[in-house]
Design a protein around this ligand. Structure first.
Ligand SMILES: NC(=O)c1ccc[n+]([C@@H]2O[C@H](COP(=O)([O-])OP(=O)(O)OC[C@H]3O[C@@H](n4cnc5c(N)ncnc54)[C@H](OP(=O)(O)O)[C@@H]3O)[C@@H](O)[C@H]2O)c1
Length: 270
């Protein structure tokens, strides 16, 4: 395949760094945008931005990662969450159609009917999940493609992601509370990024699919296995039941893409 110009939105985010590396590793050119950095630093909610990006950067395909991704931020400002997670996704889809692959989340589900396949009905509990589900629908109406991701982990210089934040907490000698009653299918961000690059370069690929990690585990089990593998202090881990009505209890995904590494191999790389 000839090298493509791949525009990565949200390039400064946790997943964005992994995606940029995966784009280069696959022999393509990575063009980047984020709010405050990248080849073009833009607010994707501004009018006319999709056309301006198309003209300035001339991407062949677009991997749309940018999002208001923290649950609490979305609850605090639902209209901003809808603007970033739904309206901006639609604006990009209007411009790029099937050349846009937008990522979504397992949190579009309510956690009562896991494991979830890509065609199962969404039922979000939080503003974040709702805004992402709306973004999926509005982007798909213009022919864009959607990949739902599970909880991601992996090293991060800013302590973002499920494992880097746990590592930072334990290394500071602080207690880490982990939910034994929240189940996910976690995936290393590097594996997610490699799969996303394979998918984005094929605009004829499926319109909606799930990328899932290799095992269904609770947040508690994930944290314990990660900490044990890296010689971190297990005595600082504390199981705490999740009572938050905004957090679904089991959003394990049935994956549509083969992930070859085991969870233990991913955690070793964590
Ligand atoms: N991390 C996970 O576990 C996980 C799980 C499932 C799905 N996802 C999805 O994966 C994607 C990436 O997540 P992440 O964890 O990498 O997120 P993140 O670390 O919060 O990064 C968000 C990115 O979006 C950019 N952004 C936010 N608002 C913007 C706006 N109005 N205009 C332009 N750029 C904007 C940010 O730019 P600045 O840095 O300049 O503000 C940043 O680059 C998101 O769509 C998220 O919903 C993530």
């Amino acid at each position: 395949m000839p090298a493509l110009r791949i525009l990565v939105t949200g390039a400064s985010g946790f997943l964005g760094g992994y995606v940029q590396s995966a784009v280069r590793a696959a022999g393509h050119e990575s063009l980047t945008t984020a709010c405050r950095s990248g080849d073009a630093a833009v607010d994707l909610t501004a009018p006319g931005i999709a056309a301006a990006l198309a003209q300035a950067l001339r991407p062949d395909v677009v991997l749309h990662l940018a999002a208001m991704s923290r649950l609490a931020d979305c609850e605090r400002d639902a209209s901003r969450a809808r603007a970033v997670n739904a309206a901006a996704a639609e604006a990009l889809a209007e411009r790029f159609g099937a050349r846009l692959l937008a990522v979504s989340t397992d949190l579009v589900f309510d956690g009562r009917h896991a494991p979830y396949g890509a065609l199962d009905p969404v039922a979000p509990l939080s503003v974040y999940g709702l805004s992402k589900a709306e973004g999926e629908e509005r982007a798909r109406a213009h022919g864009a493609r959607i990949v739902r991701l599970p909880l991601l982990f992996g090293p991060d210089p800013h302590g973002r992601g499920a494992s880097a934040s746990l590592r930072a907490t334990l290394q500071q000698g602080q207690v880490a509370s982990l939910f034994p009653n929240e189940y996910r299918t976690p995936l290393h961000a590097a594996d997610a990024a490699a799969a996303l690059v394979e998918l984005v370069v094929d605009p004829a690929g499926p319109g909606l699919l799930h990328l899932a990690g290799p095992e269904r585990v609770s947040r508690w089990e994930l944290g314990r296995r990660f900490a044990a593998r890296h010689g971190l202090r297990l005595d600082l881990l504390q199981p705490v039941e999740c009572l938050d009505p905004l957090r679904p209890r089991d959003v394990s995904l049935r994956g549509d893409v083969l992930v070859t590494r085991s969870l233990d191999a991913m955690l070793a790389d964590g």
